[in-house]
Design a protein around this ligand. Structure first.
Ligand code: 9MR
Length: 315
Protein backbone atom coordinates (compact mmCIF):
# COMPACT_ATOMS: atom_id res chain seq x y z
CA UNK A 1 0.00 0.00 0.00
CA UNK A 2 2.75 2.46 0.87
CA UNK A 3 4.09 2.64 -2.69
CA UNK A 4 0.70 3.66 -4.07
CA UNK A 5 0.00 5.94 -1.11
CA UNK A 6 3.21 7.84 -1.86
CA UNK A 7 2.05 8.39 -5.43
CA UNK A 8 -1.25 9.72 -4.10
CA UNK A 9 0.56 12.04 -1.69
CA UNK A 10 -0.97 10.49 1.41
CA UNK A 11 0.44 8.67 4.42
CA UNK A 12 -1.05 5.27 5.17
CA UNK A 13 -0.45 3.99 8.67
CA UNK A 14 -1.13 1.79 11.65
CA UNK A 15 -0.96 2.23 15.41
CA UNK A 16 1.69 0.00 16.92
CA UNK A 17 2.89 -1.48 20.15
CA UNK A 18 6.68 -1.67 20.69
CA UNK A 19 6.24 -5.03 22.39
CA UNK A 20 5.33 -6.72 19.09
CA UNK A 21 8.01 -5.19 16.87
CA UNK A 22 10.18 -8.22 17.54
CA UNK A 23 7.57 -10.50 15.92
CA UNK A 24 8.56 -11.27 12.38
CA UNK A 25 5.09 -11.10 10.79
CA UNK A 26 4.19 -7.94 12.63
CA UNK A 27 7.38 -6.10 11.67
CA UNK A 28 7.46 -7.34 8.07
CA UNK A 29 3.88 -6.31 7.32
CA UNK A 30 4.38 -2.90 8.88
CA UNK A 31 7.50 -2.24 6.81
CA UNK A 32 5.95 -3.39 3.60
CA UNK A 33 2.53 -1.76 3.86
CA UNK A 34 2.79 1.48 5.79
CA UNK A 35 4.69 4.75 5.66
CA UNK A 36 3.51 6.23 8.96
CA UNK A 37 3.14 4.68 12.43
CA UNK A 38 1.18 5.90 15.43
CA UNK A 39 2.29 5.25 19.00
CA UNK A 40 -0.80 3.50 20.37
CA UNK A 41 0.03 3.70 24.07
CA UNK A 42 3.77 4.36 24.41
CA UNK A 43 3.54 8.14 24.66
CA UNK A 44 0.54 8.41 26.92
CA UNK A 45 1.26 10.27 30.15
CA UNK A 46 1.31 7.26 32.48
CA UNK A 47 3.57 5.31 30.12
CA UNK A 48 6.11 7.98 29.34
CA UNK A 49 6.06 10.00 32.58
CA UNK A 50 5.09 7.56 35.35
CA UNK A 51 6.72 9.51 38.22
CA UNK A 52 7.04 13.22 38.62
CA UNK A 53 10.79 13.11 38.12
CA UNK A 54 11.16 10.18 35.77
CA UNK A 55 10.41 9.63 32.14
CA UNK A 56 10.32 6.29 30.41
CA UNK A 57 11.04 6.67 26.71
CA UNK A 58 12.19 3.12 25.91
CA UNK A 59 9.04 1.86 24.16
CA UNK A 60 8.40 4.99 22.14
CA UNK A 61 12.10 5.15 21.25
CA UNK A 62 11.80 1.64 19.78
CA UNK A 63 8.86 2.67 17.62
CA UNK A 64 10.58 5.84 16.44
CA UNK A 65 13.80 3.94 15.64
CA UNK A 66 11.85 1.28 13.73
CA UNK A 67 10.06 3.97 11.75
CA UNK A 68 13.29 5.80 10.98
CA UNK A 69 15.03 2.62 9.85
CA UNK A 70 12.15 1.94 7.47
CA UNK A 71 11.52 5.37 6.05
CA UNK A 72 8.27 5.95 7.93
CA UNK A 73 6.88 9.01 9.68
CA UNK A 74 5.52 8.90 13.22
CA UNK A 75 2.31 10.31 14.73
CA UNK A 76 2.90 11.00 18.42
CA UNK A 77 -0.18 10.21 20.51
CA UNK A 78 -0.94 12.01 22.82
CA UNK A 79 0.24 14.88 25.04
CA UNK A 80 -2.90 16.02 26.86
CA UNK A 81 -5.73 13.60 27.64
CA UNK A 82 -8.03 12.72 30.53
CA UNK A 83 -7.17 9.00 30.53
CA UNK A 84 -4.05 6.92 31.19
CA UNK A 85 -2.74 9.45 33.70
CA UNK A 86 -0.27 8.36 36.39
CA UNK A 87 -1.41 8.55 40.00
CA UNK A 88 0.78 11.53 40.78
CA UNK A 89 -1.26 13.49 38.23
CA UNK A 90 -4.72 11.92 38.62
CA UNK A 91 -4.65 12.30 42.42
CA UNK A 92 -2.28 15.26 42.55
CA UNK A 93 -2.83 18.24 44.78
CA UNK A 94 -0.96 21.28 43.52
CA UNK A 95 -1.50 24.99 43.01
CA UNK A 96 -2.65 26.29 39.62
CA UNK A 97 0.90 27.53 38.91
CA UNK A 98 2.30 24.09 39.72
CA UNK A 99 -0.24 22.40 37.44
CA UNK A 100 0.82 24.69 34.61
CA UNK A 101 4.46 23.91 35.32
CA UNK A 102 3.72 20.18 35.33
CA UNK A 103 1.99 20.31 31.96
CA UNK A 104 4.60 22.64 30.45
CA UNK A 105 7.48 20.48 31.62
CA UNK A 106 5.76 17.30 30.41
CA UNK A 107 5.10 18.68 26.94
CA UNK A 108 8.50 20.32 26.56
CA UNK A 109 10.35 17.21 27.71
CA UNK A 110 8.41 14.72 25.61
CA UNK A 111 8.20 16.80 22.43
CA UNK A 112 11.80 17.95 22.95
CA UNK A 113 13.01 14.33 23.26
CA UNK A 114 11.60 13.62 19.79
CA UNK A 115 12.40 16.95 18.16
CA UNK A 116 12.77 16.39 14.42
CA UNK A 117 11.65 12.76 14.77
CA UNK A 118 7.90 12.98 15.27
CA UNK A 119 6.07 14.28 12.25
CA UNK A 120 2.72 15.07 13.86
CA UNK A 121 1.51 15.24 17.46
CA UNK A 122 -1.98 14.74 18.83
CA UNK A 123 -1.45 17.61 21.24
CA UNK A 124 -4.91 17.60 22.81
CA UNK A 125 -7.09 14.50 22.70
CA UNK A 126 -10.84 14.23 23.34
CA UNK A 127 -11.38 17.56 25.11
CA UNK A 128 -14.97 18.05 23.92
CA UNK A 129 -18.18 16.32 25.04
CA UNK A 130 -20.92 14.98 22.79
CA UNK A 131 -23.03 18.11 23.41
CA UNK A 132 -20.16 20.39 22.42
CA UNK A 133 -19.17 21.53 25.92
CA UNK A 134 -15.61 21.25 27.22
CA UNK A 135 -14.96 17.92 28.91
CA UNK A 136 -14.37 18.16 32.62
CA UNK A 137 -10.91 16.77 33.08
CA UNK A 138 -8.03 17.37 35.42
CA UNK A 139 -6.52 20.01 33.11
CA UNK A 140 -9.72 22.01 32.77
CA UNK A 141 -10.35 21.81 36.49
CA UNK A 142 -6.83 22.75 37.60
CA UNK A 143 -5.69 25.14 34.87
CA UNK A 144 -8.86 26.33 33.14
CA UNK A 145 -9.89 26.30 29.45
CA UNK A 146 -6.62 27.94 28.42
CA UNK A 147 -4.85 24.60 29.00
CA UNK A 148 -5.66 23.85 25.36
CA UNK A 149 -3.91 26.80 23.80
CA UNK A 150 -1.03 26.58 26.28
CA UNK A 151 -0.46 22.97 25.26
CA UNK A 152 -0.22 23.90 21.58
CA UNK A 153 2.13 26.82 22.29
CA UNK A 154 4.45 24.70 24.44
CA UNK A 155 4.52 21.88 21.90
CA UNK A 156 5.38 24.35 19.16
CA UNK A 157 8.18 25.88 21.23
CA UNK A 158 9.64 22.42 21.79
CA UNK A 159 9.54 21.42 18.11
CA UNK A 160 8.63 24.22 15.68
CA UNK A 161 8.67 21.77 12.73
CA UNK A 162 6.18 19.25 14.11
CA UNK A 163 2.57 19.37 12.91
CA UNK A 164 0.21 19.88 15.82
CA UNK A 165 -3.26 18.30 15.89
CA UNK A 166 -6.46 18.36 17.90
CA UNK A 167 -7.80 14.76 17.88
CA UNK A 168 -11.22 13.36 18.82
CA UNK A 169 -13.82 10.62 18.21
CA UNK A 170 -17.34 11.01 16.80
CA UNK A 171 -16.33 14.22 15.03
CA UNK A 172 -16.19 12.63 11.56
CA UNK A 173 -19.64 13.88 10.63
CA UNK A 174 -21.54 17.11 11.10
CA UNK A 175 -22.93 17.16 14.65
CA UNK A 176 -22.81 19.32 17.81
CA UNK A 177 -19.47 17.81 18.80
CA UNK A 178 -17.72 18.45 15.47
CA UNK A 179 -19.31 21.93 15.40
CA UNK A 180 -17.71 22.63 18.78
CA UNK A 181 -14.35 21.33 17.58
CA UNK A 182 -14.67 23.57 14.54
CA UNK A 183 -15.34 26.61 16.76
CA UNK A 184 -12.50 25.63 19.07
CA UNK A 185 -9.86 25.31 16.35
CA UNK A 186 -11.14 28.39 14.52
CA UNK A 187 -10.75 30.35 17.76
CA UNK A 188 -7.23 29.01 18.24
CA UNK A 189 -6.24 30.05 14.72
CA UNK A 190 -7.69 33.53 15.26
CA UNK A 191 -5.57 33.88 18.39
CA UNK A 192 -2.44 32.86 16.51
CA UNK A 193 -2.11 29.55 18.37
CA UNK A 194 0.08 27.09 16.42
CA UNK A 195 -2.33 24.36 15.29
CA UNK A 196 -1.98 22.57 11.96
CA UNK A 197 -4.60 19.90 11.85
CA UNK A 198 -7.59 17.99 13.14
CA UNK A 199 -7.56 14.24 13.68
CA UNK A 200 -10.78 12.32 13.01
CA UNK A 201 -10.41 9.07 14.94
CA UNK A 202 -13.03 7.09 12.97
CA UNK A 203 -13.87 4.26 15.35
CA UNK A 204 -16.99 2.97 13.60
CA UNK A 205 -19.17 -0.12 13.30
CA UNK A 206 -21.12 -1.42 10.33
CA UNK A 207 -24.44 -0.52 11.91
CA UNK A 208 -23.45 2.97 12.95
CA UNK A 209 -21.81 4.68 10.03
CA UNK A 210 -21.08 8.32 9.45
CA UNK A 211 -22.75 9.76 6.37
CA UNK A 212 -20.17 10.09 3.57
CA UNK A 213 -21.45 13.41 2.34
CA UNK A 214 -21.33 14.82 5.87
CA UNK A 215 -17.78 13.54 6.41
CA UNK A 216 -16.77 15.17 3.12
CA UNK A 217 -18.27 18.53 4.15
CA UNK A 218 -16.77 18.27 7.59
CA UNK A 219 -13.26 17.67 6.25
CA UNK A 220 -13.78 20.55 3.84
CA UNK A 221 -14.67 23.02 6.56
CA UNK A 222 -11.48 22.16 8.46
CA UNK A 223 -9.43 22.39 5.25
CA UNK A 224 -11.02 25.77 4.53
CA UNK A 225 -9.57 27.00 7.82
CA UNK A 226 -6.16 26.06 6.43
CA UNK A 227 -5.94 22.90 8.59
CA UNK A 228 -4.92 19.45 7.47
CA UNK A 229 -7.08 16.49 8.38
CA UNK A 230 -5.73 13.08 9.36
CA UNK A 231 -7.87 9.98 9.83
CA UNK A 232 -6.09 8.89 12.99
CA UNK A 233 -7.58 5.74 14.53
CA UNK A 234 -9.76 3.97 12.02
CA UNK A 235 -11.33 0.63 12.83
CA UNK A 236 -14.63 -0.98 11.89
CA UNK A 237 -15.85 -3.35 14.59
CA UNK A 238 -17.95 -6.38 13.71
CA UNK A 239 -20.09 -8.72 15.77
CA UNK A 240 -18.17 -11.94 16.38
CA UNK A 241 -17.86 -14.20 14.54
CA UNK A 242 -18.11 -12.05 11.41
CA UNK A 243 -19.94 -13.37 8.36
CA UNK A 244 -18.56 -13.05 4.83
CA UNK A 245 -21.15 -10.37 4.26
CA UNK A 246 -19.91 -8.42 7.29
CA UNK A 247 -16.34 -8.57 6.02
CA UNK A 248 -17.47 -7.31 2.62
CA UNK A 249 -19.41 -4.48 4.22
CA UNK A 250 -16.38 -3.64 6.33
CA UNK A 251 -14.20 -3.53 3.22
CA UNK A 252 -16.63 -1.09 1.62
CA UNK A 253 -16.49 1.21 4.62
CA UNK A 254 -12.71 1.30 4.69
CA UNK A 255 -12.78 1.96 0.93
CA UNK A 256 -15.39 4.71 1.16
CA UNK A 257 -13.56 6.53 3.95
CA UNK A 258 -10.25 6.34 2.10
CA UNK A 259 -11.98 7.67 -1.02
CA UNK A 260 -13.44 10.58 0.91
CA UNK A 261 -9.98 11.33 2.31
CA UNK A 262 -8.28 11.08 -1.10
CA UNK A 263 -10.84 13.35 -2.71
CA UNK A 264 -10.45 16.02 -0.02
CA UNK A 265 -8.10 18.91 -0.53
CA UNK A 266 -5.90 18.19 2.48
CA UNK A 267 -6.66 14.86 4.09
CA UNK A 268 -3.05 13.78 4.30
CA UNK A 269 -2.93 10.63 6.44
CA UNK A 270 -5.10 7.56 6.85
CA UNK A 271 -4.14 5.64 9.98
CA UNK A 272 -5.70 2.41 11.21
CA UNK A 273 -5.82 1.76 14.97
CA UNK A 274 -3.75 -1.40 14.89
CA UNK A 275 -2.40 -3.91 12.41
CA UNK A 276 -3.89 -7.30 13.22
CA UNK A 277 -7.10 -8.49 14.89
CA UNK A 278 -4.76 -10.43 17.18
CA UNK A 279 -4.04 -7.16 18.99
CA UNK A 280 -6.89 -4.68 19.06
CA UNK A 281 -8.62 -2.75 21.83
CA UNK A 282 -12.09 -3.64 20.51
CA UNK A 283 -12.83 -7.06 22.10
CA UNK A 284 -11.99 -5.68 25.55
CA UNK A 285 -14.01 -2.51 25.12
CA UNK A 286 -17.04 -3.88 23.22
CA UNK A 287 -18.29 -7.21 24.45
CA UNK A 288 -18.94 -9.60 21.55
CA UNK A 289 -17.25 -7.40 18.95
CA UNK A 290 -13.88 -7.60 17.22
CA UNK A 291 -12.39 -8.24 13.79
CA UNK A 292 -12.09 -4.47 13.30
CA UNK A 293 -8.75 -4.26 11.47
CA UNK A 294 -7.50 -5.13 7.99
CA UNK A 295 -5.34 -8.17 8.83
CA UNK A 296 -6.90 -11.09 10.69
CA UNK A 297 -5.52 -12.82 13.78
CA UNK A 298 -3.10 -14.89 11.72
CA UNK A 299 -1.98 -11.85 9.73
CA UNK A 300 -3.94 -12.82 6.66
CA UNK A 301 -5.12 -9.77 4.68
CA UNK A 302 -8.91 -9.33 4.89
CA UNK A 303 -11.21 -7.97 2.17
CA UNK A 304 -10.71 -4.53 3.79
CA UNK A 305 -6.99 -4.71 3.02
CA UNK A 306 -7.65 -5.39 -0.66
CA UNK A 307 -10.23 -2.63 -0.87
CA UNK A 308 -7.71 -0.10 0.49
CA UNK A 309 -5.01 -1.36 -1.84
CA UNK A 310 -7.27 -1.13 -4.89
CA UNK A 311 -8.41 2.36 -3.90
CA UNK A 312 -4.83 3.56 -3.54
CA UNK A 313 -3.98 2.09 -6.95
CA UNK A 314 -6.83 3.87 -8.70
CA UNK A 315 -6.62 7.55 -9.28
O1 9MR B 1 -5.87 1.30 21.91
C1 9MR B 1 -5.72 1.83 23.19
C2 9MR B 1 -5.85 0.73 24.23
O2 9MR B 1 -4.78 -0.19 24.11
C3 9MR B 1 -5.88 1.33 25.63
O3 9MR B 1 -6.14 0.32 26.57
C4 9MR B 1 -6.94 2.40 25.69
C5 9MR B 1 -7.00 3.04 27.06
O4 9MR B 1 -7.94 4.05 27.14
O5 9MR B 1 -6.68 3.40 24.72
C6 9MR B 1 -6.78 2.89 23.42
O6 9MR B 1 -6.61 3.93 22.46
C7 9MR B 1 -7.53 5.01 22.49
C8 9MR B 1 -6.80 6.22 22.00
O7 9MR B 1 -5.65 6.45 22.77
C9 9MR B 1 -7.68 7.45 22.00
N1 9MR B 1 -8.90 7.21 21.27
C10 9MR B 1 -9.64 6.04 21.61
C11 9MR B 1 -8.73 4.80 21.57
C12 9MR B 1 -9.53 3.55 21.89
O8 9MR B 1 -9.96 3.58 23.22
Amino acid sequence: MRTFAEKQGIYIGAAVDAEHLGEKNYAEILKRQFNILATENALKFEEVHPKRNSYSFANADKIVAFAEANGMKVRGHTLVWHLQLPEWVADGNYSREEWKNILREHIKTVVGHYKGKIYAWDVVNEAINKDGSLRENVWLEKIGPEYIELAFRWAHEADPEALLFYNDYSIESLNPKSDAVYELVKGLIEKGVPIHGVGLQMHVSIDNLPNLQAVTSNIKRFNDLGLEVHITEMDVRLKLPPTQEDLTKQAEIYRDMLKVCLSSEKCTAFVIWGLTDRYSWIPEAFNGYGSALIFDESYKPKPAYYSLLETLKES
